[in-house]
Ligand binder design. Structure first.
Ligand SMILES: N[C@@H](CCC[C@H](N)C(=O)O)C(=O)O
Length: 268
């Protein structure tokens, strides 16, 4: 079957076009595709399906023609992926499946409005982040406290004093399963200067990745909280590049580059 490969600030995805929702994608198959040695290699899969043909999101069919059925690298299902939806939008336009400009994409976290700019950036309206309190994580024996932020998917965003560049994120950081029964994406960040943060992330279902869009918004929320602010624009620097997050009274926006870099045939 045909596949494409794309990324947004090095958060990389295998795109599987399947308009009629005919593909069987058990976790082991997704994990095989995402394997960086024996497969194509990716942080996740963007399964492209017509919204009206997916029972899960058929109620969004009047808003969005296409459903981003997102899977993590281990094959688990996630509600939302901020970089994924930006790459998904880029794919739809390049494939002639959507008109350039503004349109909605169906996700398990609800329909997301995306906008493609002439400079190559893709912006997505991520909705209003929901802060649900605080919790802790432990990385290499060091405990950090952060904000529990719901972006459709769960996040724990911790502003820390230690330089994020020095953290060892090769292992799953510990977290409280009573707070996060379905797992959590963990962002560690340094707030630097005005409205700028350096972020690293350990993603649920994928391990450390070089970027995470929902995580960048959670990071901006945590940095804003630290500064005693609710609104504004934050630059979030991740190992894979730079994302821009805007928080306003009603919603949040995530902006950054998104590219399709390869296509081919895959033997599943
Ligand atoms: N990289 C994504 C988030 C992907 C899903 C996440 N791992 C989860 O399980 O919630 C992003 O850009 O937001």
């Amino acid at each position: 079957m045909r596949f494409l490969k794309g990324h947004g600030t090095d958060n990389d995805f295998v795109i599987l076009p399947d308009p009629d929702n005919e593909l069987d994608l058990p976790p082991a198959r997704v994990a095989a595709v995402c394997d960086r040695r024996a497969g194509i290699g990716a942080d996740g899969v963007l399964h492209v399906v017509r919204t009206k043909l997916s029972q899960e999101v058929v109620d969004q069919a009047d808003r969005a023609e296409w459903f981003m059925d997102y899977r993590n690298a281990d094959g688990s299902i996630a509600e939302m992926c901020g970089n994924g939806v930006r790459v998904f939008a880029r794919y739809l336009v390049e494939a002639g499946l959507a008109e350039p400009g503004e349109f909605a994409v169906a996700t398990r976290g609800g329909p997301k409005l995306v906008r493609l700019a002439a400079d190559g950036d893709v912006t997505v309206d991520m909705g209003k982040p929901v802060v649900l309190g605080s919790s802790t994580t432990t990385v290499s024996g060091q405990e950090y406290t952060g904000l529990h932020v719901d972006m459709g998917n769960p996040h724990l965003a911790c502003v820390i004093g230690d330089p994020v560049a020095h953290l060892d994120l090769t292992h799953q950081p510990a977290f409280d399963p009573a707070v996060f029964p379905n797992g959590v994406n963990i962002e560690l960040l340094n707030a630097v200067g005005t409205h700028r943060a350096l972020m690293r992330v350990y993603e649920r279902g994928s391990g450390e990745t070089r970027s995470c869009g929902t995580g960048a918004v959670a990071t901006a929320v945590a940095a804003a909280h630290l500064a005693g602010e609710d609104t504004g624009t934050w630059t979030v620097e991740v190992p894979g590049g730079i994302l821009t997050v805007t928080l306003d009274e009603r919603t949040s926006y995530l902006a950054g580059p998104a590219a399709i870099i390869a296509s081919g045939e895959l033997t599943l």
